[in-house]
Design a protein around this ligand. Structure first.
Ligand SMILES: [Zn+2]
Ligand SMILES: [Zn+2]
Ligand SMILES: [Zn+2]
Length: 135
């Protein structure tokens, strides 16, 4: 069991079409109808914060897979992710603090020497130096 997933709110925003490409979604609760399942498109990712919804193909897209939130993507703060050019694709590039865990081992030289409060999530972390913030 994944506690984080279990804690997600049960209610979801009304879902009719993909925010990325506009494809209409099949109704999730139209159960038991033996229609051609392959023809249907279901929402893949939904951002509870801004309401952005993607189909499966958009969720994998660097152009359409970013939600409208400026500092997070589908609830995951950008500061915990390694820099990438497509972050904040909808609202502009995310330029705030970052402290991606995987970089600690790969690029320890990329981090500042003293932990401080992250400007995005508010946790005290070793943040990336400025020159490492561009993906
Ligand atoms: Zn789509
Ligand atoms: Zn969002
Ligand atoms: Zn943070």
């Amino acid at each position: 069991m994944n506690a984080e997933h279990a804690a997600r709110p049960a209610t979801q925003p009304s879902i009719t079409e993909c925010t990325g490409c506009g494809v209409s979604f099949a109704e999730i609760d139209s159960d038991e109808e033996d229609e051609d399942e392959d023809e249907k498109t279901y929402p893949d990712e939904v951002c509870d914060d801004c309401g952005y919804i993607t189909c499966e193909s958009c969720a994998c897209s660097h152009y359409r897979g970013s939600c409208y939130c400026q500092n997070s993507n589908f609830g995951t703060p950008y500061c915990t992710r390694a820099p990438a050019w497509y972050h904040g694709g909808r609202a502009g590039s995310y330029v705030g603090d970052r402290h991606p865990e995987e970089y600690v081992y790969e690029h320890p030289e990329a981090f500042e020497t003293t932990p401080r409060q992250c400007g995005n999530c508010g946790e005290v972390k070793l943040c990336l130096k400025k020159e490492w913030l561009r993906g």
